[in-house]
Write a protein that binds this ligand. Structure first.
Ligand SMILES: [Zn+2]
Length: 373
């Protein structure tokens, strides 16, 4: 059950980087033992906490608790977002339009058409340099004169008292969220992806304990792959390249083997052609690639129509192809046949492919239906 607890606004909740921050700033909080799912500020200035569970009676006092681990995670993500927004501005002149700190994904939207790999690396390097320098993070409410002098990354969204979050001399931003007290607590910031979004870019990132979790999981996956390839983790890309080349080589050899086999099969089948030039054959276990190769060989004879089937688990693959002087409409023939027996298939007049239900008698179907072509 979901309930809503309303609080009259007591102290001024000042500015947040955006409303999404506000919603997530409290998701590491319990009220009356119930998880706070969402926090909204309405136009009248009332704060609404959306709780998950049976609400306490109206007027009953409720006790607030913090989930320490989640709060640490949010503080790192939030401070990491400030660092990243400033680095985006300095390296790529890309101002932040909005940002989201979600349960699984954190993103920043910027007004910028593209971001090169080199720019992304410089942005990450700059942010992590500030983290390594472990500069202090300070949240305070400057007086109006002091505020006017600060190099704010963006204008405050509230009037009156404004809370500013200052990260060393690197970033000054009006914000009411929860942050680390030193940059070093952020640990690290890593970009996770850049994609186009509404004419700008949406940049994914992780920071702090969550970044560690993501990177450890990725490292474990890479080590597991390295174990399978019997190589070192950093040699996995080369091993995958080699696997791709080996696969392409094997496919090439298979194609040549099919061509060889197809030539021999076509030679054996050609004398079975009907007076009209129709060669009907069912080749058990033949994959569709082999059927195609045999059909290609057979239809080199100008007047021949090849009607071939190969049974596979769960169905019968069919390939129909004609020589340059045959007038048989392969596509129409196969489409009609497939619809009559619950299969699927069709194609051009010169060549058609399809799959029929398992157990169909191909020779009988093809012999009976070919008159329709
Ligand atoms: Zn903030």
């Amino acid at each position: 059950m979901r309930g809503i607890v309303r609080f009259q606004r007591q102290s001024k909740v000042s500015d947040f980087d955006n409303l999404d921050h506000f919603e997530h700033a409290f998701s590491d909080t319990l009220l009356g033992g119930l998880p706070v799912l969402d926090v909204r500020l309405d136009e009248a200035g009332q704060i609404h906490h959306v709780l998950d569970g049976e609400l306490p009676p109206v007027g009953a006092p409720v006790r607030g608790e913090l989930d320490r681990q989640r709060r640490r995670e949010h503080m790192a993500l939030h401070t990491g977002q400030h660092l990243l927004s400033q680095a985006l501005l300095r390296v790529a002149q890309a101002p932040t339009v909005s940002s989201r700190l979600g349960e699984t994904a954190c993103t920043i939207d910027v007004r910028r058409g593209a971001l090169s790999d080199e720019e992304q690396q410089r942005i990450e390097a700059l942010v992590n340099q500030v983290i390594d320098d472990d500069v202090p993070v300070r949240a305070y409410a400057p007086d109006p004169a002091e505020l006017a002098e600060l190099p704010l990354r963006r204008r405050p969204k509230v009037s009156g008292e404004v809370r500013v979050v200052q990260i060393g001399d690197f970033d000054f931003t009006p914000c009411g969220g929860t942050h680390c007290t030193r940059a070093g607590q952020v640990g690290l910031v890593r970009l996770t992806g850049v994609e186009r979004h509404k004419g700008g870019l949406r940049i994914g990132f992780v920071a702090g304990p969550r970044a560690r979790g993501v990177l450890f999981a990725e490292s474990a996956a890479l080590r597991e792959l390295a174990g399978r390839f019997s190589c070192r983790p950093l040699d996995v890309p080369a091993a995958v390249d080699k696997l791709g080349r080996d696969g392409a080589d094997a496919a090439g050899r298979l194609t040549r083997a099919y061509a060889l086999l197809a030539g021999q099969l076509a030679e054996r089948l050609l004398p079975t052609a009907s007076p009209a030039g129709h060669v009907i054959a069912a080749l058990p276990d033949a994959p569709v690639e082999l059927l195609r190769a045999v059909a290609t060989c057979l239809s080199r004879a100008p007047g021949v129509v090849a009607l071939l089937a190969g049974s596979i688990p769960g169905g019968v693959d069919v390939v129909v192809s004609r020589g340059s002087e045959a007038t048989f409409d392969c596509g129409r023939f196969l489409a009609q046949l497939a619809s009559s027996c619950g299969g699927r298939g069709g194609g051009r007049p010169e060549h058609a492919e399809g799959r029929l239900p398992a157990g169909v008698d191909w020779a009988a179907l093809a012999t009976r239906a070919r008159g329709a072509g």
